[in-house]
Design a protein around this ligand. Structure first.
Ligand code: FMN
Length: 251
């Protein structure tokens, strides 16, 4: 588990995708509602279109199984309406329902990734499918009350990157309250993490630098600066698209 690295290149070898799907589907699920659906993409046309939407290098290759995790209240609404066509569906479309779908889909995806990693596979999440959620909805025939939240590509690793250093423990874990760092400790940890990342990035090969989502950022400060001015693509429309899909998520 502590050996995780995102893998972005895969060998041309088949994998046991059914067991991976099963590993996802047996994960914990909020209120046992199972508010998500997994779509495995096997059509090369659809895959190319997702590659275009995502823009991610990882989809510029044919290898690896691609799964799209979809927040799904549609199935539960249909199921309940079969019992009572006039049922109030607001409990299936509100913030709680949407968040439950996001939790379920994300936990399912992480279970798939962790199971795969334990069994010699590697994977890469594709949050970049959110570069154009409306196109993803059309492409995958997603009905009302669903939303594509995350992609995950899994395969036999054809790459062996170093593990990326995480932020210092003092920043990210607190005990009983939010971590309180003195200004001195903050500055010390801030600088040492930047130094660590400079070393990490400079020791990587040119090929791998280009496949990184970090866009060649020099250190964590540079990553945040680049992030703050990155193009938003269609992501600012997510609220409107969710509303169009039937979710009711007031501010
Ligand atoms: C929700 C989420 C979305 C992500 N989306 C992408 C993506 O679109 N493209 C990509 O190459 N990596 C993506 N990643 C992978 C991250 O870039 C990667 O986890 C991070 O850089 C840390 O590297 P590591 O996983 O090797 O430790 C995503 C990860 C998460 C958790």
């Amino acid at each position: 588990m502590t050996q995780h690295r995102t893998i972005r290149r895969y060998k041309n070898e088949g994998i046991d995708w059914q067991t991976l799907e099963y590993a996802a589907l047996t994960a914990s699920t909020s209120e046992y509602l199972q508010s998500y659906t997994i779509i495995r993409v096997t059509s090369s046309d659809i895959r190319h279109q997702i590659a275009r939407i995502s823009g991610s290098q990882v989809l510029q290759q044919e290898n690896g199984e691609l799964f799209i995790f979809v927040v799904d209240s549609a199935r539960n609404i249909r199921w309940a309406q079969q019992e009572d066509p006039n049922i109030d569906i607001s409990r299936f479309t509100d913030w709680n329902a949407f968040l439950a779908g996001v939790f379920d889909a994300t936990i399912g995806a992480q279970s798939m990734l962790s199971y795969g990693e334990e069994h010699g596979l590697g994977g890469c999440y594709l949050g970049s499918i959110l570069n154009d959620p409306q196109e993803m909805i059309t492409l995958l025939n997603l009905p009302p009350y669903t939303f594509p939240i995350l992609g995950l590509i899994m395969g036999v690793p054809d790459d062996d990157p170093d593990a990326k250093p995480r932020l210092p423990y003092e920043f990210t874990c607190g005990e009983n309250s939010y971590p309180a760092l003195s200004a001195d400790l903050w500055n010390e940890k801030h600088e040492s993490y930047n130094d660590q990342l400079i070393h990490y990035y400079s020791s990587r090969s040119e090929t791998f630098k280009h496949t990184s989502i970090s866009n060649g950022a020099r250190d964590f400060t540079d990553l945040l600066m680049k992030h703050s001015s990155a193009p938003t693509k269609h992501r600012l429309e997510i609220g409107t698209i969710l509303q169009k899909q039937g979710f009711s998520l007031p501010q």
